[in-house]
Design a protein around this ligand. Structure first.
Ligand code: SF4
Length: 324
């Protein structure tokens, strides 16, 4: 018998939770009529818990390429032969300028990202200065994504004005060794727990299309719920030439939209952020992600690939009735 969606959604609206067997039935949906009904209830949940505000986040690739880690989807790993520009950490002026541009095209948050295993001690003062200046001079909320942190580094970034840090789990624990062997899922969990324990919000999500099963997508979502992350970016593989996953078949729009809706059921209060890979994988279905529970967007391009024009995204969100 097919699971009735409304009673599950009603329970979540009353403060309850979805069970794993229920989520397994939802993620097994194969048709658009089923997914559209699921999306409608995901939208009820999103509206109840997070209203109609949407978060817009812009990224700067502040240090590109030559990363010693071996994430198989990533063009910035030194292990793969990819053709991307590489450069050391930008200086604060360059990063502040990029933050001002992000603010001008409508971003609310600005994430300083480095292709590193962790933050080098010598770079800490530069990053702290940049965080302060991004806040004061650009008037935008600074965030960072720099890999593993020592506790004293985290506290210094927090002191400088960083309130949220990005550190994705990427995929389920069972699938993680297929995606990366240079560090472990547990290493990532430890970092996220350290953020939360020290009063820094966690931006933590994953990437779809890296060979994971539907069950492993659910495992990721339930892990994020247990960690109580504030924001969960959902990226979809944009297979980069030269990486081991360059031949991977990306999930279909139906599969991605359904997954976002199921994530909304599992993470009713979390910002679900549509991230990299949306243009190439969702194409005309990008708008559907926001009718299936998404309420945050990476805008203005990604780390090694371009996105569509911010104006197009802003118009889409305005047409959907979101407050920007
Ligand atoms: S995803 Fe991050 S840690 Fe992994 S290779 Fe790319 S830049 Fe390095």
């Amino acid at each position: 018998m097919t699971l009735e969606i409304k009673p599950v959604a009603d329970r979540i609206l009353e403060g309850g939770a979805i069970t794993l067997p229920e989520a397994q039935q939802l993620i097994a949906f194969e048709t658009w009529p089923q997914v559209l009904e699921l999306a409608a209830h995901a939208t009820r949940i999103r509206e109840r818990f997070t209203g109609n505000e949407v978060d817009l986040c812009s990224l700067v690739n502040a240090k590109s390429g030559n990363c010693p880690e071996d994430c198989k989807y990533c063009a910035q790993s030194s292990h793969w032969n990819t053709d991307i520009p590489t450069y050391p950490l930008m200086d604060p002026d360059q990063m502040v300028e990029r933050a001002k541009q992000a603010k001008a095209f409508g971003a609310k948050r600005f994430c300083i990202v480095t292709a590193t295993r962790g933050l080098a001690d010598k770079d800490l003062p530069v990053v702290c200065e940049t965080i302060r200046r991004v806040k004061e001079e650009a008037g935008i909320i600074p965030e960072c994504s720099m890999g593993f942190l020592k506790k004293e580094q985290l506290l210094a970034l927090k002191e400088a004005g960083m309130t949220r840090y990005n550190h994705n789990l990427e995929t389920a624990e069972s699938h993680f060794p297929e995606v990366c062997t240079a560090h472990t899922y547990q290493d990532r969990l430890n970092t996220i727990r350290m953020l939360k324990a020290n009063g820094v919000e966690a931006c933590c999500g994953g990437i779809l299309g890296v060979g994971e099963s539907r069950q492993e997508r659910l495992d990721l979502a339930f892990a994020l719920a247990e960690l109580d992350v504030e924001c969960a970016p959902i990226n979809v593989l944009n297979a980069r030439p030269g990486t081991p996953l360059s031949g991977n078949q990306a999930p279909t729009p139906l599969e991605v939209i359904k997954t976002i809706a199921v994530f909304r059921f599992i993470l009713p209060r979390t910002r679900l952020e549509l991230g990299g890979g949306r243009e190439v994988n969702l194409r005309d279905f990008q708008v559907m992600a926001f009718l299936a529970g998404a309420n945050s967007l990476i805008i203005g391009g990604y780390l090694t690939t371009n996105g569509r024009q911010p104006d197009q995204d802003l118009q889409m969100l305005k047409d959907l009735g979101f407050a920007i």
